[in-house]
Structure formats: structure tokens, C-alpha cells
Design a protein around this ligand. Structure first.
Ligand code: FAD
Length: 485
């Protein structure tokens, strides 16, 4: 008997139920498919491709220590997985589940093709503490509000991480070798922008577990997790775990995090509870994606379809329609700008040249390191969608391309949260003021100084928008939604 384990967003060897099942079955071979062909699967952004390259190199080394070869193939999963199973004569094919719509469709197709070929196929829960269909409200539907969702989920028992796998005694008979990682060209081809990324991160399982251990510290007070409730809002301090890309790529499992945090409950009761609830937001984002597969393209609260956010010409949303009368009506001109002006603002935002130092610091941190502090993500996103009147989908796409932790649930979920159109979203009228936020959360200016060294000199741009005016325009456009326009 030979087992094939198909790796996806679970690039680790510890606490990996599919790998464990494969090794228990017989000689095991591993597969990773770079799938840019299955319908609807979102191609990875640039920063994610860089991460994946290094993550796969790390995974291959870990698997080699277990005696498990890793085969790399490129193409549609439904074509590749059955093919590799046949080449290696695997009678058992396993993977850990995914929860996005197109991913689930691809996995269902693979499962039936594998079974049709007379092989056994099995999938496991590994990337979420909960199965999204398994946690429902009393009425049996999905949760729309975070607090009761997390109350329900955090009261449950979650399985302990699995024991570390042991080296397999016998490798499968070698078959077709697959692609070489270098040939995939995942790292930048033209100008190499990856230097600061490599300084900021070490993709892979060991590095992720080490971060978790550091953050939680020994079982005493005074650790990062104990200070988390206050420190997590200060971008100038290393107050958060920075685990997001490790969770995104599955180097670290939520079960490992959940139990490691639970072990700190005595030493840091408040910190561990607040930190665990952040893991809860991750679960909630995936819960929402499972029930709304089009989260990245459709407002969850459909009344926002009429909000006059700017999209490039040809996009909808530039002209509002009078409901019931079907008469198109120009939206408030201060919110809906001409294409040239909106493009200029969008570009200033992307490049960190808005003239609002906290936002610019965040956008530059993102561009350089592939990560941005959560507080700054919220302020920066709010400026784009509320003050600049640009559609959240454009901000979401930029983050998708530049974040090393971008995932198909958390990214659109949080953009919709900031925009006000999402699940349990921030109320629309809560418009962050980037100047007050800077004073409050970067009081000594250390964050802004680190990323915007020219702040305070003539080289720094003037604010690209009048905060008070644009805020008033946004609120007016929002009020018009309420009038059913
Ligand atoms: P910590 O504060 O240490 O939190 C621990 C873990 O909890 C994180 O690693 C993450 O897995 C999870 N988490 C925390 N906050 C959230 C949240 N609001 N939503 C979902 N999970 C959360 N996070 C992503 O992982 N991927 C994204 O693509 C992403 N896009 C975002 C876009 C916007 C506009 C905003 C406002 C937030 C986004 N976030 C995203 C959430 C959050 O900013 C990051 O998870 C967090 O900054 C990661 O840093 P950390 O690991 O140090 O977080």
C-alpha cells in the first residue's frame, strides 16, 4: 500500500492529520500543486509567492527528514492529483480540508476522480478549530455576530495537537519526480524587492513555532501575551505575535496555538483571553467565507451596493440608481471623483504618499515587509474607503498582492468590516481620524519615524484630502443609503 498526501495551506509536518493518516497507512509520498487553473481559485499575490517559495523549500527539508519525498506539480488539481496518485500507485489519497468555494469545488472533483479510479480518498480537519457547518445559531444558520459565535466556540473542547510524526521506515518506489521549485519562478524576476521581506521573515514551521513560544514566554507574568491587551494597539512596539503568515500558510496550526495559549491562562488570564479571541476572529472570517463564497466581490450588506464608491471606469457603483424608479442619478460629487483624480489618490495611498503619516508608515511597512500592524490596517483602510471614497475591493486587491498573510477569508472579511458592509462590521459612521489615531497609538512617533523619515521636511507631501470635508461627504452618502436611494 502507498499513500499520497496532498499539501495545500498546511505546510507543516507537526499536527498534520492527513500526513499522520498517510504514514499510518503505508509508504508515503507528498504532493504540492501550484494550481492557477482550477476555476475561481485566486492566483497568489507577489508577496505570497515569495513566501510560498521559501515555505516549500522548508517543507521539503522537513519531509526529507521523515523520509517522505515531496513532488511539485503545476496545473489544475483535478488533473494533477489523480495523475500523481496513478504514477506512484497510491491506493490512499489524503488531505486537510479547505473552506473557500472554488477550493471546495476543486477538492470535491478530485475526491470523486480518485475514488472512480478505485483509490481511497479521505480529508481531515486541520486548519480551523471548527468546521463551519458544525457551529450554528439556535435557528440552525450561520453566525452573523462575533460575540455569540466565539462564546459558543471557545466553550468547546478542541483536540490537542497530534504527536510529532516519526521517520517512515520504507519510502515508496520512486516514480515521476515532478517540477523543480526554481522553475516555478515564484521569487521576483525583474527588480528584486524581496530583500526587506527576507530580513523580516523566515517562512516555515520551525520559525513559526519559535515565534509562538517567544510570544507566550515562560509560565510567568511579564511576557508579551500578558501585555498584549495594551501593547497590541501600539504599532511602534512589538506587541503582537506576528503569527499571521504562519497561520495563513499552516506552518502553525490553530490547535497548537489554542492549547499553548490555554497553558498560559493562569499566568496571564486577561492577555491569553484577548489573544485567543483574535484567533476567534480568524475562525469567524472563515466561517463567513464558507457561508458567503463571494466575500471578496459582493457586499454582505447589500444596501451598500448603492454606496457611490469609486471603481475604475466600467465598474459599477459610480452612478446610483433611485430604487423603484430606475432613474440613474449622479452621486455626491465629492465622494465620486473623476478617474484621474481617483487614480492619483489610489496610487498615493498604495505608495504611502497620502500626507497622513500613520497611513503612509503603514503602507510603506506593507510594501517593504509584507505585513502591517492591525491598528494601522484599520486606519489605512478607513482612509481609503471613507475619506478617499475608493471601493474597498481595490484596497483588498492591493493587500492581496502585498501581504504575506493575505488569505481569501481574513482579507475581504476585514475590508468589509472596515467599510461597514460586512459581518458584524464597524458602524459606517465610525470614521477613523488618522491624525488622532497617530497621537493616541504612536504617541512617541517611533513608528512614523521608522517608516517615514522625511516627515516634517518639505519632501513630505501635504494631506491628499480634507479630513473634515471628506468625512461629511461620506456620512451624507451613507445617509442617502438609508433614505433608500
Ligand atoms: P495578533 O494580534 O498576534 O493576533 C493573532 C492571530 O489572530 C493573527 O496572527 C491572526 O491569525 C488572527 N487575527 C487577529 N486579528 C484578526 C482579524 N481581524 N481577522 C482575522 N484574523 C485575525 N489577517 C490575516 O491573517 N490575513 C489577512 O489577509 C488580513 N487582512 C486584513 C485586512 C484589513 C483591512 C484589516 C483591518 C485586517 C486584516 N487582517 C488580516 C487582520 C489582522 O490585521 C492581522 O491578522 C494581524 O495584524 C496579524 O498580526 P499578528 O499575527 O501579530 O496578530
Amino acid at each position: 500500500p502507498t499513500a499520497l498526501v496532498w499539501f495545500r495551506d498546511d505546510l507543516r509536518v507537526r499536527d498534520h492529520p492527513a500526513l499522520r493518516a498517510a504514514l499510518a497507512h503505508g509508504p508515503t509520498v507528498a504532493l504540492y500543486v501550484l494550481d492557477e487553473e482550477s476555476p475561481g481559485i485566486r492566483p497568489l499575490g507577489g508577496a505570497a509567492r515569495w513566501w510560498l517559495h521559501h515555505a516549500l523549500a522548508d517543507l521539503a527539508a522537513s519531509l526529507e527528514r521523515l523520509g517522505v519525498p515531496l513532488v511539485l506539480r503545476r496545473g489544475a488539481a483535478a488533473a494533477i492529483v489523480p495523475d500523481v496518485a496513478a504514477q506512484w500507485r497510491a491506493d490512499y489519497v489524503v488531505w486537510n480540508r479547505r473552506y473557500g468555494g472554488p477550493e471546495r469545488r476543486a477538492d470535491t472533483a478530485v475526491k470523486s476522480l480518485v475514488r472512480r479510479a478505485g483509490r481511497q480518498a479521505e480529508s481531515f480537519q486541520a486548519s480551523l478549530l471548527h468546521e463551519p457547518w458544525d457551529v450554528t445559531t439556535q435557528q440552525g444558520g450561520p453566525y452573523k455576530v462575533f460575540t455569540p459565535f466565539w462564546k459558543e466556540l471557545s466553550a468547546r473542547d478542541h483536540r490537542h495537537p497530534l504527536p510529532a510524526p516519526r521517520r517512515q521506515r520504507e519510502a515508496p518506489e520512486p516514480a515521476a519526480p515532478g517540477d523543480s521549485l526554481e522553475d516555478w519562478g515564484l521569487t521576483p524576476r525583474g527588480p528584486d524587492w524581496s530583500g526587506p521581506l527576507a530580513e523580516a521573515w523566515t517562512p516555515g514551521e520551525e520559525a513559526g513555532l519559535a515565534l509562538l513560544k517567544d510570544f507566550l514566554g515562560p509560565d510567568t507574568a511579564g511576557t508579551a501575551v500578558a501585555e498584549y491587551p495594551e501593547a497590541r494597539d501600539l504599532p511602534g512596539r512589538p506587541g503582537t505575535s506576528r503569527l499571521s503568515p504562519y497561520l495563513r500558510w499552516g506552518h502553525v496550526s490553530p490547535f497548537q496555538v489554542w492549547h499553548a495559549v490555554a497553558d498560559r491562562r493562569r499566568a496571564a488570564p486577561e492577555g491569553s483571553a484577548v489573544f485567543a479571541s483574535e484567533l476567534g476572529w480568524r475562525e469567524f472570517a472563515w466561517h463567513t467565507l464558507f457561508h458567503h463564497a463571494d466575500l471578496a466581490s459582493v457586499n454582505l450588506r447589500r444596501e451598500f451596493d448603492a454606496y457611490p464608491w469609486w471603481l475604475p471606469s466600467g465598474g459599477r457603483s459610480r452612478v446610483k440608481h433611485d430604487a423603484g424608479r430606475g432613474r440613474p442619478r449622479e452621486a455626491s460629487p465629492a465622494v465620486v471623483r473623476g478617474d484621474a483624480e481617483a487614480n492619483r489618490l489610489l496610487e498615493a495611498w498604495r505608495r504611502g504618499r497620502t500626507g497622513f503619516p500613520l497611513v503612509d508608515a503603514g503602507q510603506r511597512e506593507l510594501w517593504a515587509t509584507g505585513w502591517m500592524h492591525n491598528r494601522v490596517r484599520m486606519v489605512s483602510a478607513s482612509l481609503l474607503v471613507k475619506n478617499l471614497g475608493i471601493h474597498w475591493r481595490l484596497g483588498e486587491r492591493w493587500f492581496w498582492d502585498t501581504l504575506v498573510d493575505a488569505d481569501t477569508a481574513s482579507n475581504p472579511f476585514n475590508w468589509q468590516w472596515v467599510a461597514g458592509s460586512g459581518a458584524d462590521a464597524a458602524p459606517f459612521f465610525r470614521i477613523f481620524n488618522p491624525v488622532t489615531q497617530e497621537k493616541k497609538f504612536d504617541p512617541d512617533g517611533s513608528y512614523v519615524r521608522a517608516w517615514v523619515p522625511e516627515y516634517g521636511t518639505d519632501a513630505y507631501p501635504q494631506p491628499c484630502v480634507d479630513l473634515a470635508e471628506s468625512r461629511a461627504d461620506a456620512l451624507e452618502a451613507y445617509r442617502e443609503l438609508g433614505r433608500g436611494s
